[in-house]
Structures are given as C-alpha cells and as structure tokens.
Design a protein around this ligand. Structure first.
Ligand code: ADP
Ligand code: TYD
Length: 188
C-alpha cells in the first residue's frame, strides 16, 4: 500500500501524519522532498530559493522524486508506505508547463508507479489566509494566497486526470473528524 497525503501548505498534513504514526506503527513514514540523503540536500536548495529558474526548481523536485521512488517506496513495497506529499504536488506546483507535459515528466521520475491511496486535505481561501498569517513563510509559501489556491485546484485536477483512488477532505473540519475519515478510507 502506497499512501500519500496531499494538500497545500498549512492544510494539516503534518498534524494528520503524527496521528497516523501512532495508529500505524509498522508503516514506513516518508516525505517529498527530502525522504532520502540526496533528497534532504535537494529540499534545502528548493526551500531556500537557490534556483532562479522555475524549470531548474522543478528538476530538483523530480530528482528527489526519482531517488525517493527507488530507495523508499520500491524498497518497502511489501509494507505500508505513508508519504507527506508526492508526484501530485510535483505536478500541481510546476505551473509553468502544461499539465500533460508535467504529468509525463513525473511518470518518468516515478517509473510509472502511482499511489494506491491519495488523501487530499482541502482548504478554503479564508482558512488558508488565517493559517498562513500564523506562520513564517518559506520561499514557496511567500508566493501568496491566490497562488496556493490555484495549486490546490491543480492538485484536484491531477488526481482526477490520473484516475487515482482518492478521498478529498475539508481541511477545516476538526482534527479528530479528519483523522477518522482517513482511517475509514484506509480500511475500505
Ligand atoms: N483540522 C484542523 N483545524 C484547525 N487547525 C488545524 C487543523 N489541522 C492542522 N491545524 C493547524 O494548522 C497549522 C498547519 O498544520 P500542519 O499540520 O503543519 O500543515 P501542513 O503540514 O499541511 O503544512 C498548524 O498550526 C496546525 O496546528
Ligand atoms: C513535492 C513538491 C513540493 N513542492 C513545494 C510545496 C511546498 O511549498 C514545498 C515543500 O514543503 P513542505 O515539505 O510541505 O514544507 P513544510 O515543512 O513547510 O510543510 O515545496 C513543489 O513545489 N514541488 C514538489 O514537487
């Protein structure tokens, strides 16, 4: 089982992953970017905004994803792997290219492996404003509210386009209700 939890910044992914870690203590918990040794270097480069070129930034994420697929997802394919973000973020955040092109590049990076379960936490614009006002921003979050809402729409579009097995959850529900919905989805 290859489970991914998706959502724009502040949607509540880390909060739910902490709860999942207590419930599924045999699962392998990982993240993109940064789930491997090379990945943590790439993560540092993208989050501090070292790349001036948007294309270069996307290729850093793709390099991270290829290494992560080989070293974490495929090496643990007999276990439950639960990842904070995935190719869905990769496709949605790379807005400078048409969706189809970015999907193809991402499928190359994952060797055509797709997640078996996708959880998307969805924020309203108002709730996003509220949550972002309470944290310091990295260089991607600093791009603003409308940018992130566009990304969220692109995440939905990507999940549907790839025909994935998914659940969309209203991220402003209580932490407990969201975690129950996730558990039910994983037990289906
Ligand atoms: N269901 C929720 N309701 C209200 N606040 C939440 C909820 N889930 C998370 N939060 C809060 O929102 C902020 C962002 O959550 P976090 O889990 O760090 O998001 P992400 O990992 O997606 O960036 C944190 O301050 C967290 O406590
Ligand atoms: C996986 C991925 C993330 N991103 C972005 C989304 C986030 O803004 C950032 C990754 O940050 P994230 O790990 O979510 O950071 P935080 O620790 O702040 O929650 O990179 C891309 O632009 N492309 C990608 O392929």
């Amino acid at each position: 089982m290859y489970v991914v939890i998706e959502g724009i910044d502040t949607a509540g992914k880390s909060t739910q992953l902490e709860i999942l870690a207590k419930k599924y203590n045999n699962a392998v918990f990982t993240k993109e970017p940064g789930g491997t040794p090379i990945g943590s270097k790439l993560r540092q480069m993208v989050l501090t905004g070292e790349a001036n070129s948007k294309l270069a930034e996307m290729f850093l994420f793709l390099a991270d994803r290829a290494e992560h697929m080989q070293e974490i997802v495929l090496k643990n394919k007999d276990k439950m792997v639960i990842s904070d973000r995935s190719m869905i973020s990769g496709i949605a955040y790379a807005q400078n290219l048409p969706l189809k092109t970015v999907i193809d590049l991402n499928l190359i990076s994952t060797n055509n492996v797709l997640p078996s379960h996708v959880i998307l936490l969805k924020l309203s614009k108002k709730e996003l404003e509220n949550r972002l006002s309470q944290k310091e921003h990295d260089s991607i979050e600093a791009r603003g509210i409308d940018y992130l809402i566009d990304i969220q729409n692109r995440m939905e579009e990507t999940i549907k386009e790839l025909n994935l097995n998914y659940i969309f959850i209203d991220a402003s529900l209580s932490i407990e209700k969201i975690s129950k919905d996730i558990e039910d989805f994983l037990n289906e």
